[in-house]
Structure formats: C-alpha cells, structure tokens
Write a protein that binds this ligand. Structure first.
Ligand code: UDP
Ligand code: MG
Length: 310
C-alpha cells in the first residue's frame, strides 16, 4: 500500500492491555483514513499476551503478531517489529498507552510533509518513584554527555520513514539502542512533544536490576568514556605516587624513622581496588566484543499470526 503506516508495539506481559490497545489504535487510524497495520511483538511474555494477540488478529483485520521464543528485551522487540513492517513508515509505541496514540496523527501528518524521522519528546515524565527519577537523571546525564544527544526527554515513541527504517536495520550491533540510534542515522528530523500518560493496567516491567543493566549496556555500547576514566585514574594515581614517593624519600634521607604503616595499608587497598575496578571495566568491554563476535541473532521468533498466516 502506498502510504501505509506500520505501528510497532513491543509487548511483554501485557495481557491486560492488548485488546484495548489494538482497538484504540485501530479505531483512531481507521477514522483518520490512514492505511495501517498493527504489529504486536510479544517479547516472550509469561502471561496470556500471545493468546490475546491471536484473538486481536482474528477480530481486527489489521493486527499481526510476532511471538518470541523467550524474552529478548524491548530493543529486540522493536527491531523485530521494524523488520516485519511493510509500511512506507512506521511508528514505535508502547503497549500500555503511556504514549498517547492521538499523537500518531500529528506524526503521520509531519511525515506526509516530508519529514523522515519524527521524534516525540517528553514534556513530563509522568508518575515515577523517586528512586527511578534519580536513576533516570543520572543515566540520561551520562548518556547525553556520551552521545551528545539530549536523551533526558527522548522516548522510543518515534515515527520513521522507510528510508530510516532500512538504514536502522542495516546496523548489525547486537546491543542496538533504538532511542540513540534513531538520532545517529540522521535524516530530516522533527520533534513533537507529549505528556507521558499513566499506565491504566499492568505494571512497569522495569526492576531496579533491569534498569542498572539497561544503563550499563547502553552507556558502554555508545561510549568508551568508562575506559578513558581508567587512563585518567592511572595518571592521577601516578602523580599521587610521585608526590608520596618524594615525601618518603625526604623522610628517609632526613633520618626520620618510617612510621606510617597505616598509610601503606590504605594506599595498598586504594590502588588494588582501582586496579580491580579498571580490569572489570576493560573485561566488560571485552565481553561485549565477545557477544558481538558470536553473531547470535537479536531474537528468535517462535510463531506469527495475522495477515501472512494461511
Ligand atoms: N517491554 C518489552 N520487553 C521487555 C520489557 C518491556 O517489550 O522486556 C515493553 C512493554 O510491554 C511496554 C514497553 O516495552 O510496551 C515499555 O515498558 P514499560 O511500560 O514496562 O516501561 P516504562 O513505561 O515503565 O518505562
Ligand atoms: Mg510504560
């Protein structure tokens, strides 16, 4: 279809949302006369999400589903959805309706005007716990500095033109970070704003552990800054050791007896820990290289439903 919009909806344990999301988005786009397909990517949910998607595909003709063999993460679900998309453009939107679907009409209109990437930027982060907020601030501060893109208010709610989708899909990195890569590819970009809505059903899929993992993975995949810190620490400790060495020598030659065992112990502990942390950081990058080089697929599909099913 000429101007078809593919809507990519990563879904993980969203049984409570599928039916509603499908009907809300379908009705919205049908009323606006926008040819569309809805692609639900079930990221290996443990609840009845897949059954709900199959039901939705039977009930609503424009719904399709892709089912992962296990949970591969939202990033992988986005890639799978974009790979399955057949539209002239695609929007990625959360399944929980926290990204207001009406905004898609605005995005689509901008796309018709010739914009190739339409980014929806948060004006307000919605209700989040204090811990989550503090954590998000730190994470986005670091990643914005590393990528030189303002990630603080960025979201995964974006429209991409076919050209941008194809460009994005040529990126073979296993740890692709959609939010940053969709800026990295360039193209004619425009931003709109939206207010994060509250979740009406189900719960956020982020645990503190998964947030830390997400932060570390994405910072290291976009930046070698942590490795540079090691060099800086090395230089710093070299300067310290020269000064301490000088003091020790002066002490020795001026005939004063050595008394500072405490100093020795403290220095020993300090430098050992710096060295261990540093080795850890280097090891982390090494393991990322190892991951990439194994060339495993980003996701495995176990089932599909909807249009291309016979
Ligand atoms: N999601 C996913 N795989 C995961 C975790 C989340 O596909 O492993 C989906 C989830 O179903 C939702 C979107 O990603 O559509 C955002 O997740 P969530 O609402 O939990 O995140 P938050 O809005 O709290 O940042
Ligand atoms: Mg959400």
């Amino acid at each position: 279809m000429e101007k078809m919009l593919s809507v990519v909806i990563p879904s993980y344990n969203e049984e409570a949302m599928i039916e509603k999301t499908a009907s809300v988005i379908h009705t919205l786009l049908a009323e606006a006369d926008i040819p569309h397909e809805l692609i639900f990517v079930d990221d290996g949910s443990k609840d009845a999400t897949w059954q709900k998607i199959e039901e939705a595909a039977t009930a609503v003709s424009t719904v399709r589903g892709v089912h992962f063999s296990r949970n591969f993460g939202k990033e992988a679900a986005i890639v799978a959805g974009l790979e399955a998309a057949e539209g002239a453009c695609a929007v990625v939107i959360d399944c929980d309706l926290q990204h207001p679907p009406e905004k898609m009409l605005e995005m689509y209109a901008l796309w018709e005007q010739g914009y190739e990437v339409v980014e929806a930027v948060k004006t307000d982060r919605g209700k989040e716990s204090l811990l989550h907020k503090a954590f998000a601030n730190t994470f986005y501060g670091i990643i914005s500095a590393a990528t030189k893109i303002n990630m603080r208010d960025a979201s995964d709610f974006k429209l991409l033109d076919r050209k941008a989708i194809d460009a994005l899909l040529t990126i073979k990195e296993k740890n692709s970070f959609f939010r940053a890569l969709s800026s990295w590819i360039g193209f004619k970009v425009v931003q709109i704003t939206f207010e994060v809505q509250e979740r009406t059903a189900g719960e956020s899929k982020w645990s503190f552990r998964s947030l830390v993992k997400y932060a570390v993975t994405n910072i290291t995949s976009f930046s070698d800054f942590p490795m540079k810190i090691i060099t800086a620490l090395g230089l710093l400790s070299f300067v310290v050791s020269v000064v301490m060495g000088a003091i020790a020598l002066i002490g020795k030659f001026s005939g004063r007896a050595l008394e500072g065992f405490t100093t020795v112990i403290i220095l020993q502990i300090l430098f050992s820990s710096i060295i261990m942390i540093s080795v850890g950081i280097v090891g982390y990058y090494l393991s990322k290289i190892y991951d990439e080089i194994k060339g495993r697929p980003k996701y495995i599909v176990s089932e599909t439903c909807g249009k291309d099913e016979e």
